[in-house]
Design a protein around this ligand. Structure first.
Ligand code: GDP
Length: 440
């Protein structure tokens, strides 16, 4: 899902790769490409326009972080904006104070209502330990009732049906049935039509009035692109639903519906459906979805951590030191402390795209730094600043003071020398850039 959009966004970020900071000149092309990518993905025109204006504004308003490169920083900005238009926080479905919780499912025919009703029953039963009953209120097509019964059987959930009779009655009786059987959730599957029509809307509105559901969900086929957004608007006008379910996100969808619906109808997406099987249902999390669309490993979390932990001035001072070749063991020690503050080191390594696999099994933790810290702490300021003066006598003294061996000190000095060389060769880039290059 979203593969085409993801790769186009990725291409857009590439144009920022060689830049040293974000400016209105160098992001202009990137922003244009992002807008094109969104429109190609069938995102609503107004939504795409607003989106690109917002990212431009955010990018220009942000401090220039030297700790990350502009491409990474910009990815984070786009991620935050995507999360915003997808709804920011996850919104769960309502639960009634006094059971049963009544959930009404509405949408066009073929959108995936019956399948979703059963998926939701399965999800609530398995994940939330609930005991649902399904109501077959799609009373016009015998096939629909049979389909619901077959699906419900496979997950061992009861169905309330009185055949092809009054849908409002089915819904009301299913609620009474739930009460008498002490079942805590009623999911009402309603009839759809091929297109929005007044009769269908009236029927759903009547069911809604009769059973006063705690949650009304609108199910929409995401493959229908802009039509999905229009249908969402129509249904919202009549039944004022609480949330949206996007189905068929596994198909060849361009993703436009997912990205436009929240902004256009101002109702949260609550679930996404990604297949015909009953377990192909996921609760919707806006931030996870935008990370997935960007497909950038976990660059986003990496930038967040860098923003939190790294002090800008320090980073700039460090940059200067590296350039003038005065980066010494004292600085190295400080760097270690900062890296340690960033949290679990194996997590950190895992977040770096490309490095994750290679270093996954490496045993890196805070303890790995202890001997190095002890060695550096046992040195005089002069030795830290100029390790070249470390002769055999000095090394023996340090080894004794730090509880290590002379060979450990030699190893550290060798690594430090290599690191300095490496840092110098990357000194045009931000600090995180260097770390990443070093770890890859
Ligand atoms: P209803 O008319 O709204 O009740 O729609 P159905 O539940 O009968 O679904 C219509 C068709 O879409 C069926 O063939 C389902 O198997 C299929 N379907 C439903 N949800 C999904 C989904 O998330 N992915 C895919 N690929 N197919 C789905």
């Amino acid at each position: 899902m979203f593969q085409d959009l993801s790769s186009k966004l990725d291409n857009a970020f590439q144009t920022l790769k060689g830049e040293s900071k974000i400016s209105d000149v160098n992001i202009a092309e990137t922003v244009r490409e992002i807008r094109r990518a969104l429109l190609d993905a069938d995102v609503n025109y107004e939504v795409a326009k607003q989106f690109t204006n917002d990212i431009k504004e955010r990018a220009m308003g942000e401090d220039v972080l030297t700790a990350v490169n502009p491409g990474q920083q910009f990815t984070k900005i786009v991620h935050d904006e995507l999360t915003d238009i997808l709804g920011q926080e996850r919104v769960d479905i309502a639960v009634a104070d006094t059971p049963p919780t009544v959930i009404l499912i509405a949408g066009l025919q073929g959108s995936g209502k019956t399948t979703f009703s059963s998926k939701l029953a399965r999800y609530l039963k398995q994940e939330n330990n609930r005991s649902p009953i399904l109501a077959a209120a799609d009373v016009y097509r015998p096939a629909a009732i049979n389909q619901l019964k077959t699906l419900a059987d496979s997950i061992d959930v009861p169905v309330y049906s009185i055949g092809q009779k009054d849908a409002v009655r089915v819904a009301k009786e299913a609620v009474s049935m739930a009460k008498s059987l002490a079942l805590d959730t009623v999911i009402i599957d309603t009839a759809g039509r091929m297109h929005v029509d007044a009769e269908m809307m009236n029927e759903v509105a009547e069911i809604k009035k009769a059973v006063e559901p705690d949650e009304t969900l609108f199910v929409v086929d995401s493959m229908t692109g802009q039509d999905a957004v229009n249908t969402a608007k129509e249904f919202n006008k009549t039944i004022n639903y609480d949330g949206v379910v996007l189905t068929k996100l596994d198909g060849d969808t361009r993703g436009g519906a997912a990205l436009s619906i929240k902004t256009v109808v101002q109702k949260p997406i609550k679930f996404v459906s990604t297949g015909e099987k009953l377990d192909a249902l996921s609760p919707f999390y806006p931030d996870r979805m935008s990370q997935r669309i960007l497909g950038m490993g976990d660059v986003v979390s990496l930038v967040e951590k860098a923003q939190k932990e790294f002090d800008e001035e320090e980073a700039q001072k460090l940059q200067k030191k590296i350039k003038s070749d005065s980066f010494d063991l004292e600085d190295f020690y400080e760097q270690l402390q900062q890296v340690k503050q960033m949290g679990d080191l194996s997590d950190l390594v895992g977040m770096i795209p490309g490095a994750g696999k290679a270093l996954e099994d490496a045993d890196i933790d805070d303890d790995s730094f202890k001997p190095i810290e002890a060695i550096i702490c046992s040195m005089t300021p002069e030795e830290k600043h100029n390790p070249d003066i470390l002769n055999a006598t000095r090394k023996r003294r340090i080894a004794k003071g730090s509880g290590t061996r002379v060979s450990d000190i030699n190893d550290l000095l060798k690594q430090f020398g290599q690191m300095k060389k490496m840092m110098k060769s990357f000194s045009g880039m931000g600090k995180m850039g260097k770390m990443m290059q070093g770890m890859q």
